[in-house]
Design a binder for this molecule. Structure first.
Ligand SMILES: [Zn+2]
Length: 329
């Protein structure tokens, strides 16, 4: 079977098992509008976007999401087919990001007089962050990574990681996390948007994090992405690659705060990596107190409205981006 046939098989498998989202995971609202269908249809056609052809905006908290969510098993299969360790292994960007994540973790130990014993990294890829953490912070490290070739690679170049990384999606890692917990720091490395069930992810995090422990969420911010690369094809394409949800900074903070975490700070990661899109490290601390801040929700919604309006502009037939995408179709 060639690549396209395998892809088609995977796609039909997805259509059969995909889940329609009718409640926003951030705020539990059922009030959505579809955004820029025309642009998204064009794009779906161009890059085989499997999540259907609609993005929806939550009218309460401004979170943007696919209308259908692929289940973790599908995402797992997709990764084995489309991703792997790049030729030559590690690159400079990955190494820089690993160092930044390690520095953020080190700062936490200084600022909060905090002595972590164990750290879990979700989406640990080639293990470079875990290796740095183990060496510099002398902590016990654990990882979850759904791309199996990356797990093999990590175990090969860092023999001390052998048996410490589970080859799985985070949703399916509950037993592993529970058996090796408590962790004092959990790092979510640019994976939260892909997680199909963010509420389940939060449950696993809460269960396996020690009291007063920290979570570092390394994630893009939808509004930042728009501001830094608005009208660029690169940005638009990057939006539709196997993401389920697009959180703004405000909606992500609201989600964590309403599930027992306190927002500590946000660190920009983009400059150091030199990539076009913004990454932020959001630091949260487990308090167990559920806080629903209506002002945060209002700000998140405002951000969402700005993003929806921007999508509509991009989808106008005379918009530069629309034209440039259309010529490929
Ligand atoms: Zn919402």
């Amino acid at each position: 079977m060639d690549f396209i046939d395998r892809y088609k098989k995977l796609h039909s498998n997805f259509l059969e098992h995909s889940i329609e989202i009718n409640t926003c995971p951030v705020c539990q609202s059922k009030d959505f509008i579809d955004i820029a269908k025309q642009l998204i249809r064009l794009l779906s056609y161009l890059i085989y976007y499997p999540n259907g052809d609609i993005l929806r905006l939550c009218l309460c908290c401004g979170t943007v999401m696919a209308n259908r969510i692929y289940p973790p098993q599908y995402y797992f299969q997709y990764l084995q087919m489309f991703y792997g360790v790049r030729p030559g292994g590690r690159d400079e960007v990955l190494e820089k990001k690993a160092r930044i994540r390690k520095d953020i973790a080190t700062d936490l130990t200084k600022n909060f007089s905090f002595a972590p014993a164990a750290v879990l990294e979700v989406s640990c890829y080639d293990g470079s962050t875990l290796d740095l953490l183990a060496k510099d912070m002398k902590v016990d490290v654990w990882g979850v990574e759904p791309t199996l070739s990356a797990v093999d690679y990590a175990e090969k170049i860092y023999p001390h990681l052998k048996g410490k990384i589970l080859g799985s999606t985070f949703e399916d890692s509950r037993d592993f996390c529970s058996a090796n917990s408590p962790f004092d720091i959990i790092i979510l490395s640019y994976c939260f948007r892909q997680i199909s069930n963010p509420l389940l992810a939060l449950e696993i995090i809460l269960e396996s994090l020690s009291d007063g422990g920290f979570v570092l969420v390394d994630e893009g911010d939808l509004l930042d992405d728009f501001l830094s690369a608005f009208d660029s094809e690169y940005f638009i394409r990057s939006l539709y690659q196997q993401k389920n949800y697009y959180y703004s900074l405000q909606s992500l903070i609201y989600l964590f705060e309403s599930h027992g975490f306190e927002f500590i700070r946000s660190v920009r990661i983009q400059e150091a990596t030199g990539v076009k899109l913004t990454y932020r490290g959001l630091v949260f601390r487990k308090t167990g107190v559920e806080r629903k801040d209506s002002e945060r929700l209002r700000l998140a919604n405002y951000t969402g409205q700005v993003i929806a309006a921007a999508f509509e502009e991009l989808a106008k037939p005379d918009a530069r981006i629309f034209k440039s995408l259309q010529k490929y179709s």
